[in-house]
Design a protein around this ligand. Sequence first.
Ligand code: F6P
Length: 528
Amino acid sequence: MTNWTTTSAESADANFDKSLPALDRHDLESAPRLRSSVTHFLHPNIAAIGEAAPREGRLIVVSNRVATPRDIRPGGLASALKGALADHGGVWFGWSGEIADEPRLDVQSDPVYPIRYATLDLDRDDYEGYYAGFANRVLWPLFHYRLHLLDFHRDTLAAYRRVSARFADRLVDFIQPDDTVWVHDYHLIPLGAALRSRGVTARLGFFLHTPLAPPELLVSLPQHRDLMSAFSAYDLVGFQTATDQDSFTRYCEQELHAEVYGDGRLRVDRQTFRVGTFPVSIDTAHLEMLGQRAAAASATKRLQDSLAGRDLVIGVDRLDYSKGLPERFQAFGTLLNDYPDFQRNVMLLQIAPTSRSDVPEYRELRHRLETLAGAINSNFAEPDWTPIRYVNKSFQQARLAGFYRAARVALVTPLRDGMNLVAKEYVAAQDPDDPGVLVLSRFAGAAHELPDALLVNPFDTEQVVGALRQALTMPLGERKRRWLRMIDHLRSHDVTAWRANFLDALRNCRACVEPDRIAVGRSQRGAM
Ligand code: F6P
C-alpha cells in the first residue's frame, strides 16, 4: 500500500522555510533548535498561542479555505467555526488562497478573539495537482457519484498527498497534546495520518462536508484503499447523513475488513476509531433576524418592485455541476411551456457565483447554462418580462436573506449534495405570517431533516414541474404548517448544536481510542 503519511524528507521543498517554531509541543526533541533559528519569521503574537488556553485544551481547525478577519463575506459555517475557536481559543490553519513561487506561512491574530489564523501559500504545481486536480477532478466528482467526470492521474494524487504532508510539517508546530484538532473536508483526508506520523497524539477529528459515494463507486478510484484507510488516523470521523456514514462503514467492512462494533466504533488496521452522523446547520436565530430586518431593506424592496406582483422562484448555488442547474432551468422552461398560465406571472432568479473556473468541467457548465438561460428567455420573454434572471455573482448573507423572504418558492435541486445550507437559510428567512415553499432535492443531505419541504427527484423533470406548480399555488394554511415544522427543527438543530455535538463526541470518544493512539504515537516517533 502507498504510505499516505509521507515523510518530511519526501515532502521537503526548497521553497518552503522549514524552520518554523515548535510551540510547546509534547515531542520537543527538535524544538529549541527550531525556535531559536526563526524568531524573525514569527508573527509578534504567535508566542502567546497556548498561554490563554483553557485547561481542556484549545481547538485547532484545519480546512482548505480559511475565513480570516480580512474576509468580508464569511459564510454561516465560517462564522460557526470561528465561534468555536473563540470559545476555546485556538488556531485556524489552511491554504492562504494564494499561489506563490516561494510559498510562505502567514500568521495573523484576530483583533477580538484568542484566535490565530495560519495560512500557507501553494506553489503552482501543488495548486494544480492538489486543488484543481485530485481534490476537484477526482474526489469531488467521485464523492458526488459522478464517475464519468473522474480524471485520475498519478501525479495529481502525489500532489494531493504532498500538500497534506506540507500542511502537517507546519501544523505540527502549533499543536499541543491537550488540543483538539478538527480537520474539514475532502481536500485533507490524509492530514490526520500525516500528523500521527509526525508524533501527534492530540485528539483528531474529521468532518466530511460532501456526500460519500457507496463502496460500489468508491472502488473505482485507483488506490482507493490507501485513501480510505487514512480515515482511521482520526479519533472521530463525522458525516452529514446516515447514508454517508453507512457508505463509509460498508466500504470499511468490504474493502478494509474492518471490525464494526454496534456503538459506532470501527477497527481498521489495528486502529479503533468512531464514526457518527452530524448534519451541519445554520445560525437559525441569526437568519431569522436577518430575514426580518431585510424585509424593509432597499435591496429587497428594489427586487420586489421589479417583480411587479409576479411570484419569484429563487435558486442560490455555487456554479457547480453537482447543483443540478441545467436540469433546474429545463424544468422551469417546461413549466412555462406546459402550463402557459404561469407565463408572465412567475420569474426565476438564479444566483450562481462562479467557482473553480480553472477546472474545465466548471467552464463548460458555465457555457451550457448561459446557452440554456438564453434559449429559455428568448423563447418565452416579453418586452416587460424575462423568465430567468441569471446572476453570476455572490451577495452578502443579509442581502440574500431579503431575497429569500421575497421569494414564494426556493428551488434547491442538487443532483447530490452533502447538506445544502441554502435550503435551511431559505426556511429561516421566511415571514412567519406568509412563508414561502421549499422545493428540495431528495438527494441533498438537508432532505433527511426537512421532510416538510416538497421533496423531488431532480432527474425527473415532470416531478419538479409538478412540485413547482404545487408550491406556487399552495394555500397559506398548508404553507404555514409545513414551515412551522421545518423552523422548529432548525431552531433546535442549529450550527451551534452541530459543532457542540461533534466536539463533545470527539472528546468523549477519546477514552475508547486513546491506548491505540498512544501506541501509534510511540512507535511512529521511534521510527522517525
Ligand atoms: O462544500 C464543499 C466546498 O468544497 C467547501 O469545502 C468549500 O469551502 C466550498 O465548497 C467552496 O469551494 P472552493 O473552496 O473550491 O471554492
